[in-house]
Design a binder for this molecule. Structure first.
Ligand code: ADP
Ligand code: MG
Length: 364
């Protein structure tokens, strides 16, 4: 399967594993439910550089074909506007814009940039929608990793964050020509929100939308109060090691194991720490459960950058209603720690057999 321009080159990086990915993107367990009933519809397709899959309970006046087209078109719309991989996307044009010229932006881009700006401020720069210069320097756009030299690193760091919104806000002004945008840390979350809103408007009360590990759960699973969502083991992504129950909410996971470059035999993950200019370290994965996809996606990236010490205090201070599951990097011989927020007590389940590898710590 060829790579589709999207938010990551995951399809190409893992080109031999597309069908595996397709089945294992996230496992949704619906204990007690048999196969889909006549009003249930499941479909999978490739979008935004990853796999999308949906399981929807359709109302009588919405055909499977219509529902599928609605989701596909929504994701394509977000990709066309916000993909760094498309030279003519709105975001790529903004990246090429001259400094000091005001660029009028679409409502989609405005939503993305407003949330990005909020996360950037609150996280003191850990989330940065202009990490493009760092990603480029480390070779993430060419899949050819390279260790940057000090001068190149300093120059890329100086290009970070040099932009502001103005107008309603309806315009973006870059303060430096080298500032370029990459919304890969947040746009898939926005896409699932849009798809969920459109499906709900068409009468879909129960459904699960999964775009490369960014999920939106409409209502609960059919006949149940909630959905039970499987989390991948960051040590072995083909295994589901834990699950959480959620209703009418979004779940997103960031992990360095999802996309990386290899330099001198070492793997470097695709989430950059703007404080150092290097790939973020310290966590294996950060899962966030929030009221909507854009926040879950943006926050999962933010927590991953903040790392094991700062992530949960940050959440408690700024987003107390948001829940998280962090898997902390440990030495090979050590038991790995999973930190979960207090609100997940009774909703987070470590699956049998994994107690030997992980210990769960609930934050107060
Ligand atoms: P995924 O793309 O695997 O779903 P994330 O949501 O965590 O994972 O997003 C990671 C992507 O976010 C990177 O591939 C890159 O496009 C972008 N990114 C990298 N570093 C940062 C950062 N510090 N702040 C915001 N976005 C980032
Ligand atoms: Mg994210």
């Amino acid at each position: 399967m060829g790579a589709q321009p999207g938010f990551s080159r995951r399809m190409r990086v893992f080109s031999g594993r597309v069908s595996g990915l397709l089945l294992m993107v996230w496992i949704t367990m619906m204990a007690g439910c048999g196969g889909p009933s006549s009003s249930e519809h499941e479909f999978t397709f490739e979008s935004m550089g990853t796999m999308a899959s949906c399981r929807l309970t359709l109302p009588q006046d919405l055909s499977a074909k219509q529902a599928e087209a609605m989701v596909r078109e929504t994701f394509a719309e977000v990709n066309t506007a916000l993909s760094t991989w498309l030279p003519n996307s709105e975001i790529s044009r903004l990246s090429r814009a001259a400094a000091d010229s005001a660029v009028t932006i679409s409502p989609l881009l405005r939503t993305c940039l407003l949330t990005s700006q909020q996360l950037h401020k609150k996280s003191q720069g850990a989330f940065d929608p202009t990490a493009e210069s760092l990603l480029r320097l480390w070779g993430f756009y060419s899949d050819q990793g390279r260790l940057p030299g000090r001068a190149a690193l300093d120059s890329a760091l100086a290009d970070l964050g040099q932009w502001h919104l103005e107008g309603l806000p309806g315009r973006v002004v870059k303060d430096k020509p080298g500032t370029r945008f990459d919304l890969g840390g947040i746009a898939k979350g926005l896409a699932v929100d849009l798809a969920a809103a459109r499906l709900r408007k068409s009468g879909v009360g129960h459904g699960l939308i999964d775009l490369g590990g960014n999920l939106y759960c409409l209502g609960g699973a059919p006949g149940r109060e909630n959905w039970r969502v499987g989390l991948r083991n960051p040590h072995n992504r083909d295994e589901i090691f834990a699950s959480v129950t959620i209703t009418e909410a979004s779940v997103a996971t960031s992990g360095s194991y999802e996309r990386f470059v290899e330099i001198d035999g070492r793997r470097y993950g695709h989430i950059m720490n703007p404080a150092t200019g290097r790939p973020a370290e310290g966590l294996l994965s950060a899962t966030v459960i929030a009221e909507n996809g854009i926040l879950a996606d943006g926050l999962s990236t933010t927590l991953f950058v903040l790392g094991p010490q700062k992530a949960l205090p940050f959440l408690a201070e700024y987003y107390p209603q948001v829940e998280a599951v962090l898997v902390v990097l440990a030495e090979p011989a050590e038991l790995a720690t999973i930190r979960i927020t207090n609100g997940l007590k009774g909703r987070f389940f470590l699956h049998p057999g994994f107690e030997k590898q992980f210990q769960v710590v609930v934050e107060d």
